[in-house]
Design a protein around this ligand. Structure first.
Ligand SMILES: *[C@@H]1O[C@H](CO)[C@@H](O)[C@H](O)[C@H]1NC(C)=O
Ligand SMILES: *[C@@H]1O[C@H](CO)[C@@H](O)[C@H](O)[C@H]1NC(C)=O
Ligand SMILES: *[C@@H]1O[C@H](CO)[C@@H](O)[C@H](O)[C@H]1NC(C)=O
Length: 456
């Protein structure tokens, strides 16, 4: 007994060796990514702010206006009085139809395992009642409520989705930032009074499990992002579960931090040797809601599932963006796409959640076929083959799957085994598509074959 207790204590000490991270990339980059994130695979990004009021062009509206983008300048000239300022839009950010419970239910139905909301975009407007912004925040002007806190509460009450926050380090037109910029980042007025206090406040108040940093124009030393991350990983209330991205100052993207985002819509088509995320938009042209959008700008369910398959096969997570309206609605097109993702994942989630990349990412013979894999309980391997188009002759040739004895093939959501034969030559198999009545088709858009290989 005494021995057992001793071993237990020893184990506890080893497990909780309580690594302290130093504010250096060498130390911070050595932190293992909390495992929930890699298992999750699919999250929802939400861009919401004062830019949702004009909802024209994109969330860069203010910047486009100031820098003379013609369509935006003309839009302002034709629709607003000459003395109208960007700040005047804030009072129309009303959010009167914002129903966070409904949002949470839609997110749950989408099959997403995490959500990342803009707490503050480059315009500087804070969606929570921060005490480091006098009146450029949602409690003081516009919604008159805590948009961040209300979503966090609804999600935690109604779902097991992980709640995360996006935060822009810089602000286009904040005078303190502009002054620091002018001083060649030798002064740090903006960081000390605005950006960093906001980040600590957000983490302490809302305990986000993703801190998605952006707008990192300026050197790492200027931001002191390594100092913040060391605190986040050592002492913050989310130190054990939080994940971060890679936008923490000039030169960090794709190199330092938690997972890599590299650039927006990063989708390399090849397995990466570091955990990464493809953040992309359902409206192919904007992150914020825009009214001047064409139906053709919205990606179809098939395009979205294709992106999910490509991303997950190569070891990435997909963070799919929607833009709510100024009055707090998720418009039906976005809701439909999210529910379609959920419809597909309800049948095929086994191939996505908790999967790992296989030795091949896409098939060597047939285009539009992507693989993931998992270990089976008895030590074998399940290979999931995601087929993005039904073959015209009902035969799928797989150059990457070997014809091993004992190989069993099935289709997710459909009972029974799928007939396979060796392709002849050195490798490969071909699958005979099962004859399925339309009423029994397990899903739309893409189908998944599970190839179960016994351990050798
Ligand atoms: C607001 O600021 C005060 C002092 O500056 C600080 O003590 C307090 O914790 C801050 N509130 C939040 C929610 O961080
Ligand atoms: C950087 O952040 C750390 C952690 O909060 C803090 O201890 C340190 O004083 C900061 N450095 C500067 C220069 O602000
Ligand atoms: C596999 O994917 C890569 C990257 O998207 C692409 O270049 C290649 O053509 C694909 N192979 C096949 C056979 O489709």
């Amino acid at each position: 007994m005494a021995l057992r207790v001793c071993v237990f204590l020893l184990l506890s000490i080893v497990v909780c060796s309580c690594t302290r991270y130093e504010p250096t990339w060498e130390s911070l980059d050595s932190r293992p990514l909390p495992s929930w994130y890699d298992d999750a695979k699919f999250g929802i990004f939400i861009h919401w702010g004062v830019f949702s009021v004009p909802s024209f062009g994109s969330e860069w509206f203010w910047h486009s206006w100031k820098t003379g983008v013609k369509s935006v300048v003309d839009f302002m000239k034709s629709n607003y009085p000459p003395d109208f300022t960007y700040a005047d839009f804030a009072r129309e950010f009303t959010a009167e139809l914002y129903n966070p419970d409904h949002w949470a239910d839609v997110f749950k139905a989408s099959g997403a395992k995490y959500v990342v909301l803009t707490s503050k975009h480059h315009e500087g407007f804070c969606n929570w009642p921060t005490n480091v912004s006098f009146n450029w925040n949602a409690q003081e002007v516009g919604p008159k409520r805590d948009l961040v806190g209300d979503l966090a509460k609804a999600i935690r009450k109604r779902t097991d989705i992980h709640f995360g926050l996006y935060h822009s380090l810089f602000e286009w037109y904040n005078p303190m930032y502009l002054q620091d910029h002018e001083n060649g980042f030798k002064t740090r007025y903006f960081v000390e009074r605005k950006s960093m206090p906001e980040l600590y406040e957000l983490v302490n108040t809302y305990k986000p499990e993703v801190v998605w940093s952006d707008g990192d124009a300026g050197p790492v030393d200027y931001w002191n992002s390594t100092g913040f991350l060391a605190w986040l990983y050592n002492d913050s209330p989310v130190k054990d579960t939080v994940v971060t991205n890679d936008r923490w100052g000039a030169g960090t993207s794709c190199k330092h931090g938690g997972y890599y985002t590299c650039q927006d819509r990063f989708n390399p088509g090849k397995k990466q040797n570091h955990k990464w995320e493809n953040c992309m938009t359902i409206d192919s042209g904007s992150w914020g809601y825009r009214r001047n959008v064409d139906l053709a700008n919205y990606l179809t369910a098939h395009q979205l599932i294709t992106t999910l398959a490509e991303t997950v096969s190569c070891g990435g997570n997909l963070l799919m963006n929607i833009g709510p309206t100024h009055d707090g609605r998720i418009v039906p097109v976005f809701e439909e796409r999210l529910r379609q993702m959920g419809e597909w994942l309800a049948v095929n989630g086994e191939a996505i959640y908790g999967s790992v990349p296989w030795s091949h990412q896409n098939d060597t013979l047939t285009k539009g076929v992507w693989y993931t894999s998992k270990k089976t309980d008895d030590g074998g391997t399940a290979v999931y083959c995601i087929m993005l188009a039904w073959p015209e002759n009902d035969v799928l040739k797989l150059g990457s799957a070997s014809p091993q004895t004992g190989l069993a093939v099935s289709m997710l959501g459909y009972p029974g085994l799928v007939k396979w034969t060796p392709l002849g030559g050195t490798a490969g198999i071909q699958l005979q598509m099962p004859v399925i009545s339309a009423a029994k088709m397990p899903c739309r858009w893409a189908w998944v074959f599970k190839l179960t290989y016994q351990s050798v």
